[in-house]
Design a protein around this ligand. Sequence first.
Ligand SMILES: *Cc1c(COP(=O)(O)O)cnc(C)c1O
Length: 214
Amino acid sequence: MAVSKVHPASAMLEAIDAGVTLFGENRVQEFERKHAELAAAGVNVAAGEGKPGIEVHLIGHLQSNKTAKAAELFSAVDTVDSLRIAERLNDGAAKLGHKLPVLVEIKLSDEEAKSGFAPESRELEEFFEKVSDLQWLQIRGLMTVPPLDESPETARQCFRRLRQLREAYAARFPQLGFEELSMGMSGDFEIAIEEGSTLVRIGTALFGQREKQA
Ligand SMILES: *Cc1c(COP(=O)(O)O)cnc(C)c1O
């Protein structure tokens, strides 16, 4: 996945010309602007899987007042971190009449700024128990962002932990899909792949350094 956040729509168009078909963006409003620019350039941002065009996933924290917009703009939401957000996305997808693929974000660090379910928490358990009732969502797997300034070994432990959680939850909730493990960024994607990543999220290594986000 090419992470195009902060970079302009023109950078996405260049990447599309080079053959990239899957993008990650971390803000609803930022992508709303770029979505319009891409559409004006004739790019079809597929609203669902299996349709021609590019796919763009939301990989940043989603606030509950932006769920309807997110369901409309993105091909998938990879950062579901509460039942409430899942319910709201489900409502949004129902109104649009198409299923929305989602990943469940797991928090494997103590950092305040990070979001996600605590691993093996009662909350996560309840989430998996109830989410299969949300028929417009399609659970596809797990996602994590390791601690900032990690050592490669810390990152490896996080990735390994996510894979083990996936195995444990897939066995306990066979009605849900757990095929995707979204982990690994520019600085650690090789390690993530060694630990079983199915989806690496690459920004800097493809597009260069980003300006700071406001
Ligand atoms: C920005 C971002 C990335 C890409 O990070 P790079 O280090 O630039 O590759 C990946 N995942 C998430 C969730 C991000 O916010």
